[in-house]
Design a protein around this ligand. Structure first.
Ligand SMILES: *Cc1c(COP(=O)(O)O)cnc(C)c1O
Length: 426
C-alpha cells in the first residue's frame, strides 16, 4: 500500500471511531476532533500517525508522561499479585502510601477514593460532621473555583455554567471572591463550618492564591473554629515545584512554613494516569470520620496504591519537583518574552511551576466571525500545528505538562506557539 492509501485508511479509522461515540457514548463532552492511538513521554500519536507534543498531559494527570515504563511495570507486577480486596481488609500498599503522603504534608491521616470530585465530597462530609453538633453545615468557596461535577461538587463550584439545568442546588454552599480575605470574613454566618479554596485556580484560569490570603484564611478559620480545606486536585502533586501548591506559594513568607490547612483533596496526578483520589485530614480532625461514616469500594486498591507509590519514587529519584520548578521558570520567562513581542495577542502570563497559562487579548480580529471562544479557536490552531494545550474559560490557554518535561520539548512547544501567535496577531 502506498503512503496516501495508508493515510486514507487511517482517516477512515478515525471516522469509524468517532461514529462509535456518536452512536453509543453520552455526548456530555465537547470533544476536539482528534483520535489518539498511543503515546510515549511527552508525545501522543493520532490514528493517522501524526505526532503531537502534549503539554496538557490529560489535564495534569500523566505526571510522568505517557507509557512510562515504571508505571507499566508497577501495574503488571501488582496485577499479578493482588488487584483488589475491598476495604473490609488491610493490605500493605494503602498503608505505605498514606504514610508517604502524610510525610509529604504533615501530621494527619488519609482516605482513598477514585477522583477529585469524590475526594472533595469526602471533605464536604468531614465539614458537615465537624459542624454537626453545633448545627453548622455551610461551606464557603470561591468565585471561579472548580470542585468537580457531582451534585455537591457543582454546588461548591463558583461558576454558573456547571449548575445550569441541575437545580435545585444542594444547600450549604456560598461563593466569595477569591483572594479577598475581607469578603470571606464578611460572608461568615453562624452556620459556617468550613472554607474551601484551590491553591491555584485551574479551570478558573490559572490564578494563584496570594500568601496573605492563605495566612489570613488560616487565622480566620482558627479564630472562628472553621475547617480550612484546600482543593489541590490540579495544582498539587509537585506541579508547583513543591508537593502541594501552598508549600510553594508560601515560600519566603514569614510564618509560611508553619501553614497547614485542615483538609486537602488530591487526585489527577496521584497515580500518574491510573484513576485515584485521596484526601488528607490534619491530625486533630483525622478521626472525625469514624467507622461506618464514609466509604468507597474501589478506594485505595493494592493496584492503584502500588502505582502511586512508584510515581512518588520516580519523582523523588529523578528530582522532578526541581524540574517542575526550573523548567517551569524557563517556560514562564519565555512565555513572558513572547507576550512582550506580541502584546496585542497575549494579555498576561500566569502560574507557577508547570501550571502555566496565557491570557489571550479580547476582540482579536483573527477570532471574530466565529461563535467559538478565542481559546477554542487558538487551541484548534495549536492542534493543527502539532501541540496539545488546554483551554480554561473563553480567554485562557493552559499548559499542564508532565513533570519530567525536557528543555528541548519546551523549546519545541514555544516555537509552535510563536507560529500560531504570529498568525493570529493583528
Ligand atoms: C479536575 C478537578 C476536580 C475534579 O476532579 P475529577 O477527578 O474530574 O472528579 C476538582 N477540583 C479541581 C481543582 C480540579 O482541577
Amino acid at each position: 500500500m502506498n503512503e496516501s492509501n495508508t493515510t486514507s485508511v487511517r482517516n477512515q479509522a478515525s471516522t469509524a471511531i468517532k461514529s462509535l461515540f456518536d452512536a453509543s457514548v453520552v455526548p456530555s463532552y465537547r470533544r476536539f476532533n482528534l483520535v489518539f492511538s498511543h503515546g510515549a513521554g511527552s508525545y501522543l500519536w493520532d490514528v493517522t500517525g501524526k505526532r503531537y507534543l502534549d503539554l496538557g498531559a490529560g489535564i495534569a494527570v500523566c505526571c510522568l508522561g505517557h507509557a512510562h515504563p515504571e508505571i507499566a511495570e508497577a501495574l503488571a507486577e501488582q496485577a499479578s499479585k493482588l488487584i483488589h480486596i475491598s476495604n473490609l481488609y488491610y493490605h500493605e500498599t494503602q498503608g505505605r502510601l498514606a504514610q508517604a503522603l502524610v510525610n509529604l504534608i504533615g501530621p494527619g491521616k488519609c482516605f482513598f477514593c477514585n477522583s477529585g470530585a469524590e475526594a472533595n465530597e469526602g471533605l464536604f462530609k468531614l465539614a458537615r460532621k465537624f459542624g454537626h453538633d453545633e448545627g453548622r453545615f455551610e461551606i464557603l468557596t470561591a468565585t471561579n473555583s472548580f470542585h468537580g461535577r457531582t451534585l455537591a461538587g457543582i454546588a461548591a463550584t463558583g461558576q454558573e455554567k456547571v449548575k445550569q439545568g441541575f437545580e435545585p442546588a444542594m444547600p450549604g454552599f456560598r461563593h466569595v471572591p477569591f483572594n479577598d480575605l475581607e469578603a470571606a470574613r464578611n460572608a461568615l454566618s453562624p452556620a459556617t463550618a468550613a472554607i474551601m479554596i484551590e491553591g491555584i485556580q485551574g479551570e478558573g484560569g490559572i490564578t494563584p492564591a496570594t500568601p496573605e490570603y492563605l495566612l489570613g484564611l488560616r487565622r480566620l478559620c482558627d479564630e472562628k473554629k472553621l475547617l480550612l480545606l484546600m482543593d489541590e486536585v490540579q495544582c498539587g502533586h509537585f506541579r508547583s515545584g513543591r508537593f502541594q501548591s501552598f508549600q510553594r506559594l508560601l515560600e519566603g513568607t514569614p510564618g509560611g512554613d508553619q501553614f497547614l490547612p485542615d483538609g486537602i483533596s488530591m487526585a489527577k496526578s496521584l497515580a500518574g494516569g491510573v484513576p485515584m483520589g485521596a484526601f488528607w485530614v490534619r491530625l486533630p480532625h483525622a478521626d472525625i470520620l469514624g467507622a461506618g461514616t464514609h466509604a468507597s469500594t474501589f478506594g485505595g486498591t493494592p493496584l492503584v496504591c502500588a502505582v502511586a507509590l512508584r510515581v512518588l519514587q520516580v519523582i523523588e529519584r529523578e528530582h522532578l519537583a526541581d524540574n517542575a520548578r526550573t523548567e517551569g521558570e524557563f517556560f514562564k520567562t519565555e512565555l513572558q518574552k513572547l507576550a512582550q513581542r506580541y502584546p496585542a495577542v497575549i494579555k498576561s502570563v500566569r502560574g507557577v511551576g508547570l501550571m502555566l497559562g496565557i491570557e489571550l487579548a479580547t476582540g482579536l480580529p483573527a477570532f471574530a466571525g466565529s461563535d467559538q471562544t478565542a481559546s477554542v479557536q487558538f487551541v484548534n490552531q495549536l492542534h493543527a500545528a502539532g501541540l496539545l494545550a488546554i483551554l480554561a474559560g473563553s480567554q485562557v490557554v493552559r499548559f499542564l505538562p508532565p513533570l519530567n518535561l525536557k528543555r528541548n520539548e519546551i523549546a519545541e512547544g514555544l516555537k509552535i506557539l510563536e507560529t500560531i501567535v504570529a498568525q493570529v496577531s493583528p
